[in-house]
Design a protein around this ligand. Structure first.
Ligand code: PLP
Length: 414
């Protein structure tokens, strides 16, 4: 793509954008003058699809009119409600239907996966994670190390960038697996790192890990709805994600989980059990003999929050219509354009990788000085992006609702 820095170029890109109609499906917050803000925080909380209200109201109405009978007789019966999201979820992450489920919240799902997939043995008990992983992920893996009697200093292998570099080289991860793989039980990395915006190379890492007998899981909080994922093809063992960032399902939305189907019938895998994981045909016989559903649904504990599932279903229906491959194609252009316009700004360094396969839509910017002040000024000028300690402004143009003109205006303000 031959970018140019004129406003006309941005306008032309918007008018020829095959996905331009999707912005209309979202509520865009307004600034003080009543003008649409430039919303670059879809990596933190995605905007509200206009259809969410109708989807949620349907369930409120059925609850109002039917009470408990809604479990069977609601327009979209609550008993199997989560199944109405399976096709779209599987398509979104590149999985088979039996490999995905929406349940709980992200950190809860991470714990459930660690119960099942972190099974330390005498000489193989370490967990590989990136040093700058999201705090919750660090807490989760540290707590499982402690639970099994290890401490973090003996049990964690932390990957970090080389001195003077900002992101972790894939070759360094692969070399570490090669050198120390026999002592590693689990690799738990982000799909896209929340801070730097680096996307990890799922397929290469998983392949190298498997060659050493290591289980590989990814936290897709910043990857689901952002990258075009192929979890099954890449042979990833498990993954979890939240749905309030790129998936636009609202604050505290219900989260997702994937388990590779090769593990689904393995009864030697430890698992925390609840009645919603029990075989559907016998669940209501209320006996005490746990027979798991032969899909990832067997990890479900409780009957799920239907209002939350309704909001997520509204959003996933939009993803199904737009298709992830189209969104990703636009996303690469948007982010490439942002990168192009920022290259001329001597006060800004982009720490996110240049290589498209090593990033999603987010660029993480480091200002030469007064970064926090710069962020505040941008905010006052109607740009919603975020500041992450110690020194980064994260900017995430989202292909569903951001425009090339958004990016042009942002770069101009900078
Ligand atoms: C956003 C995010 C979380 C947040 O966890 P919740 O359980 O949803 O509150 C955790 N991990 C990563 C990598 C994140 O980006």
């Amino acid at each position: 793509m031959q970018y140019d820095s004129s406003r006309e170029f941005a306008e032309k890109m918007d008018s020829s954008d095959p996905l331009k109609g999707f912005r209309e499906k979202f509520y865009i917050p307004k600034n003080k003058e009543g003008k649409d803000v430039i919303y670059f925080a879809g990596n933190s909380l995605g905007l509200q699809p206009k259809t969410v209200r109708g989807y949620v109201e349907q369930e409120l109405t059925d609850w109002e009119k039917m009470g408990v009978e809604g479990h069977m007789h609601a327009k979209h019966p609550w008993l199997p409600y989560h199944e109405f999201l399976t096709d779209s979820t599987a398509a979104l992450v590149g999985a088979h239907n039996e490999e995905v489920v929406n349940m709980n919240s992200l950190t809860v799902n991470l714990h459930l996966m660690l119960v099942s997939f972190y099974r330390p043995q005498k000489n193989r008990f370490k967990i590989m994670i990136e040093t700058n992983a999201f705090p919750s992920d660090h807490y989760a893996v540290q707590s499982h190390l402690r639970f099994h009697g290890y401490n973090a200093s003996e049990g964690l292998i932390e990957m970090k960038p080389r001195d003077g570099e900002n992101t972790i080289r894939t070759e360094d991860i692969l070399a570490k697996i090669e050198a120390e793989g026999d002592s590693i039980a689990l690799i738990m990395l982000a799909g896209v790192n929340y801070y730097t915006g680096q996307a990890f190379e799922f397929s290469k890492i998983t392949e190298a890990a498997h060659a050493k007998g290591i289980i590989t899981g990814f936290d897709l909080a910043h990857a689901a709805g952002n990258l075009q994922l192929e979890l099954h093809k890449w042979d990833v063992d498990f993954a979890i994600w939240c749905s309030y960032k790129y998936l636009n399902a609202g604050p505290g939305a219900i989260a997702g989980a994937y388990v590779n189907r090769k593990h689904l019938l393995d009864m030697t895998i430890p698992k925390f059990w609840g009645w919603w994981g029990q075989d559907k045909a016998t669940r209501f016989l209320m006996h005490h003999d746990f027979q798991p559903i032969p899909t990832v649904e067997s990890w479900q504990l409780s009957n799920p929050p239907i209002l939350q599932l309704a909001a997520l279903r509204a959003s996933l229906d939009i993803f199904a219509e737009a298709k992830m491959e189209n969104l990703r194609a636009k996303s690469e252009l948007l982010t490439g354009y942002l990168e192009f316009l920022l290259e001329s700004k001597s006060n800004i360094t982009i720490i996110t990788p240049k290589n498209k396969i090593e990033r999603g839509c987010q660029l993480s910017l480091r200002a030469a000085k007064n970064g926090k002040q710069l962020h505040t000024s941008l905010n006052e000028a109607g740009v919603i992006c975020d500041w992450r300690e110690p020194d980064v402004i994260r900017v995430a143009p989202v292909p569903l609702y951001n425009t090339f003109v958004d990016i042009w205006e942002f770069a101009n303000m900078l």
